[in-house]
Design a protein around this ligand. Structure first.
Ligand code: ADP
Length: 468
């Protein structure tokens, strides 16, 4: 910890200036400040945006990576080495730009490094698709950004990468390290921007494939754009949202279940697509169990991500803050709040909240924050609960807490989810041994961090662009 303190401490007041990284001269767009979501007086840096014209210029200058598989592998490993050597700086940007607390920042850098080393071992194979667009979200602004690009580069594609508009600094710093490791400029170009830049990227001639992680709504727009503007059969790899549930039956170990629930619902301020949104507790134990759960919520430390004791940081921006607090306000008016934590008044903090519902069908959408819904169920209605959960159409993560082996078998055979977690928290995945990804409205598959993923970035791959 002392070493982490020293290594990230040097970046506590540093500021970074992100800009497009291109293989061609192009006119720059507007410039904006980037502010810390936990403390609006902390300007973390600035970003100069790309424009739709920049996208056209970059696509024209893009070249597939003609290095040998061995050379690509060496350079991907070199990027991982650079990430590991610069972790103090990467943590500091993740804290101050993305509001990530220390545990999240560590996990994020480790995941990015794992992706790089995993795909570095998978550079041999069929030729690249061509120029791949990689569009990533703000909630894993280093890990997902890096995972998409590393897979595309492992296969030898040219990449046009767009970090989310909320987190351009970490994406820009990561892309700089990729160039420093030896990825040529014309192979990897960075285009910081919002939805308009993303839309230009998925409709520009010369683009041959798209990797996207973000909301289901945006995935639908991209799907339409790819079908309209890109060559028939252009691959679209989409990872989208979830509406994730957990079932706790009367045989569950309460301490274990409560710890798993608190992590799954409130870690990263609930800003994970894998986060637990709806908890089902068997009626017989509900009263005592919910008392334990609200007690554990009481103990959460909510504050600045830089502080090592922080459990829950701010949400990403003003829009998210308004959306989630509005949602909690409405539930409060209806008298459905079972527990609400206290939060600092400065910055975009949202109180972790527990909201009573009849079932997952009451959730109209994925609220992307520290909000957990809870329902109770009668033991004999377990199959109804499973049907309701499957009925959302999403299928990303699912958790089960039970000590009955037959029930594990019964429930996991019926639940339609990409990742099922038994007697543990339901966030987090291990690259290689536990690839991550969803079913239904949650994504196209195959799962990131698995052996089939890189194959989608190669030319022989089957056309799966009809899914979203
Ligand atoms: P989130 O709710 O996580 O912000 P979004 O789907 O809005 O989800 O954003 C994920 C990524 O998609 C971001 O990089 C965003 O800029 C990008 N994006 C948003 N709209 C579009 C679009 N129409 N076309 C392409 N990319 C887009």
């Amino acid at each position: 910890l002392a070493k982490i303190e020293a290594d990230r401490g040097a970046y506590k007041t540093q500021s970074w200036d992100a800009k497009p990284l291109l293989a061609v001269e192009a006119e720059a767009g507007e410039k904006d400040p980037i502010l810390n979501p936990a403390n609006r007086n902390d300007q973390v840096g600035t970003v100069t945006w790309a424009t739709p014209e920049t996208v056209t210029a970059a696509a024209g200058a893009a070249k597939v990576w003609d290095a040998s598989p061995e050379e690509r592998s060496r350079i991907l490993n070199k990027i991982a080495d650079l990430y590991e050597a610069r972790y103090g700086e990467l943590f500091a940007i993740l804290h101050r730009e993305a509001g990530k607390m220390l545990f999240d920042a560590v996990a994020e850098v480790r995941e990015a490094v794992d992706f790089l080393r995993y795909y570095a071992n998978r550079t041999a194979g069929d030729p690249p698709v061509g120029t791949f667009v990689c569009i990533s979200p703000w909630n894993f602004p280093l890990a997902i950004f890096t995972g998409q690009i590393a897979a595309a580069l492992a296969a030898g594609n040219a990449v046009l990468a767009k970090p989310a508009e909320q987190t351009p600094l970490i994406g820009w710093r990561a892309a700089e390290l990729m160039h420093e490791a030896g990825v040529p400029r014309e192979v990897l170009q960075l285009l910081p921007g919002a939805g308009d830049v993303g839309a230009a990227m998925t409709s520009t001639p010369g683009v041959n494939g798209v990797a996207f992680t973000g909301s289901t709504e945006t995935a639908r727009l991209i799907h339409a754009s790819v079908a309209k503007h890109l060559e028939p059969g252009a691959p679209l790899i989409a990872e989208t949202g979830g509406l994730n549930a957990m079932i706790v039956d009367s045989t569950a170990l309460p301490e274990q279940a409560v710890a798993a629930i608190v992590e799954s619902a409130f870690q990263s301020a609930g800003q994970r697509c894998s986060a637990l949104r709806c908890l089902y507790v068997q009626e017989d134990i509900a009263e005592s169990f919910l008392e334990m759960l609200t007690g554990a919520m009481e103990a959460l430390q909510i504050g600045t991500p830089w502080d090592v004791s922080t459990d829950v940081g701010p949400v990403i921006d003003a829009e998210a803050h308004k959306d989630i607090t509005g949602y909690i306000d409405a539930a409060r008016k209806d008298g459905r709040i079972l527990k609400e934590c206290a939060v600092p008044s400065d910055g975009y903090f949202v109180p972790p909240a527990l909201i009573r519902v009849k079932g997952i069908g009451d959730l109209e959408r994925e609220v992307f924050g520290p909000v957990l819904h809870v329902a109770t169920y009668k033991a004999e209605k377990l199959d109804r609960v499973i049907d309701d959960i499957n009925g959302t159409g999403y299928g990303l993560t699912f958790g089960l807490q039970t000590r009955i082996d037959d029930r594990v078998q019964h429930v996991s055979e019926r639940i339609e989810a990409g990742n099922i977690y038994v007697n543990r928290n339901q966030i987090g995945a291990i690259v290689g041994s536990q690839p991550f990804g969803g079913e239904g409205l949650s994504g196209t598959g195959p799962k990131a961090g698995g052996p089939l993923y890189v194959d989608r970035f190669r030319r022989h791959t089957a056309d799966m662009s009809g899914e979203s």
